[in-house]
Design a protein around this ligand. Structure first.
Ligand code: GTP
Length: 487
């Protein structure tokens, strides 16, 4: 059976997305969000229908990867909520009063947040390391076979970015053999950017995402907003709605762990098909279609077969990261498509062949698209009525798909953030708050190192599009004394 995954949510954005993620997981596994008990399946007419005159007794899901199940069949998320100010986590506690382990909910004693300053979030981690690590260790102790961690955070504020960076360093140090996957939200990079120092926080966080995470699924708020406008029935887009787009991706990516199949049933089996080298680990998600199975206020979708979904996933407007390479071709390093719902084999063969014709892989890969048939939760076939009963919905036959792409298009996002960072640092603008931090009190070397490491990743992604990539002598080590490998 798959190993467990511990979810860490840091800061406002991380916790707000986290609550939508847990809401979706509870829905897919028939768990009450109020207290983690199992829902009464008698309220779902036909869910556990009879077959051969025998009731279907066994469930085909495996919630235990993400939930701790106690003797009374109560499910508690393996989730840790870190924030330096109390507002967001207390909203979550009001919404889900008895779902989370109260010992896993942590806010700072002063309750003052990190003031959108990476350095404050990072230093808070350093000075409270024992308390924070205790919570993580305790959660890990409740796992039989921990596979890894997932961190949900924004890279642009103070807590999710600074404390998040600190936690990434700690996880790599203390749990070196465990996988670390992040869901990282980047700022919109436009006039609506709320905080002027976001580029500093982003570059400092990117350094840790590059060095200490095994895989990062990346979103940017501009793309999330456009997607919400295009797919929802409202033009008044809130974080709750954009967060449901993110939680849909998270639920899709973790589907094979929660509904295990023979081929893909661990984080590592999913990531190994996507990440060829340690640095090239930034994944761009696309999802189609967003129906009310995943988000509130979704526009109606009449039809979506496996064929439709595969081709739609190539639509650049569905990407959750804006790319500046509008008309140009991207070079794909790897692609993984996860389909859920009833698919027709012929449809998929036809769809995949068209799909392959429309994309260009980098020259050194095997140019194949990986496909997982996930199981769609049967609970998603139902909608709650006002009488707290459940009725079957009309979405039953819709196929939905998540594409995770590792491609050179991610360079656009990195370059946008670097260019904003370069403008600020050139003028030494708004640095006072950072200079008070431990890493910056002597000099600004940490900034320069981080910028250089991000540049290294940009260069590596660009080089990966060429034949030179595997032949490049400039790799990471140019030290003549390095041990040479025979042969
Ligand atoms: P401090 O407020 O400094 O303590 O840090 P924090 O990590 O709590 O900050 P926050 O998570 O608010 O990060 C700021 C960035 O995240 C900005 O770019 C916001 O637009 C974005 N953001 C904040 N909340 C959300 C959210 O719920 N969803 C999304 N998608 N973005 C968010």
């Amino acid at each position: 059976m798959p190993g467990e995954v511990v979810t860490i949510q840091a800061g406002q954005c991380g916790n707000q997305i986290g609550q939508e993620f847990w809401n979706q997981l509870c829905r897919e596994h028939g768990i009450n969000t109020i207290d983690g008990t199992l829902r009464d399946i008698n309220k779902y007419p036909g869910l556990f229908d009879t077959h051969d005159n025998k009731p279907r007794s066994s469930r085909d899901d495996y919630p235990n990867v993400f939930f701790n199940q106690d003797d009374d069949n109560r499910f508690t998320p393996r989730g840790i909520l870190f924030d330096l100010e109390p507002r967001v986590v207390s909203n979550i506690s009001n919404r889900f009063p008895h779902l989370f382990n109260p010992r896993n909910i942590y806010t700072s004693a002063s309750g003052s947040g990190a003031g959108n300053n990476w350095s404050q979030g990072y230093d808070y981690g350093t000075s409270h390391i024992d308390e924070l690590i205790d919570i993580i260790d305790r959660e890990v102790d409740s796992c039989d076979n921990l596979e890894g961690f997932q961190l949900i955070h924004s890279v642009a504020g103070g807590t999710g970015s600074g404390l998040g960076s600190f936690l990434l360093e700690q996880l790599a140090d203390r749990y070196a053999k465990k996988l670390v996957q992040t869901y990282s939200v980047f700022p919109a990079n436009d006039q609506t950017s709320d905080v002027v120092v976001q580029p500093y926080n982003t570059i400092l966080t990117l350094k840790r995402l590059i060095e200490f995470a095994d895989s990062c699924v990346v979103f940017d708020n501009a793309a999330l907003n456009s997607l919400a406008l295009a797919n929802l029935r409202t033009s008044n887009i809130s974080f709750e709605q954009t967060n449901q787009l993110v939680s849909t991706v998270m639920a899709g990516m973790t589907n094979p762990l929660r509904f295990p199949t023979a081929m893909y049933n661990s984080m590592s089996s999913i990531l190994s098909s996507l990440i060829p080298t340690p640095t090239l680990h930034f994944l761009t998600p696309s999802f189609y279609p967003f129906t009310s199975e995943f988000v509130n206020d979704a526009k109606d979708v009449r039809r979506s077969t496996g064929y439709d979904v595969l081709l739609e996933l190539l639509n650049k407007n569905l990407r959750m990261v804006k790319s500046d390479n509008k008309g140009g071709n991207d070079s794909y390093i790897s692609i993984l498509n996860l389909l859920q719902g009833k698919v027709d084999e012929n449809d998929i063969v036809k769809g995949l062949s068209r799909f392959q014709q429309r994309i260009t892989f980098v020259p050194w890969t095997n140019s194949s698209v990986n496909l997982i048939y996930g199981k769609k939760s049967r609970f998603l076939e139902y909608q709650m009525t006002s009488e707290s009963q459940f009725i079957k919905t009309k979405h039953k036959k819709l196929v939905s798909g998540l594409m995770l792409a590792n491609s050179s298009s991610i360079v656009s996002l990195f370059k946008r953030n670097c260019s904003q960072y370069d403008k600020l640092i050139k003028r030494n603008a708004f640095l006072d708050g950072y200079k008070r931090g431990a890493l910056f009190s002597d000099n600004l070397q940490e900034f320069h190192d981080s910028r250089q490491i991000v540049q290294g990743t940009i260069d590596e992604y660009l080089l990966s599009a060429t034949n030179e990539y595997l032949n490049d002598d400039d790799g990471d080590d140019d030290d003549d004394d390095d041990v040479e490998i025979d042969g």
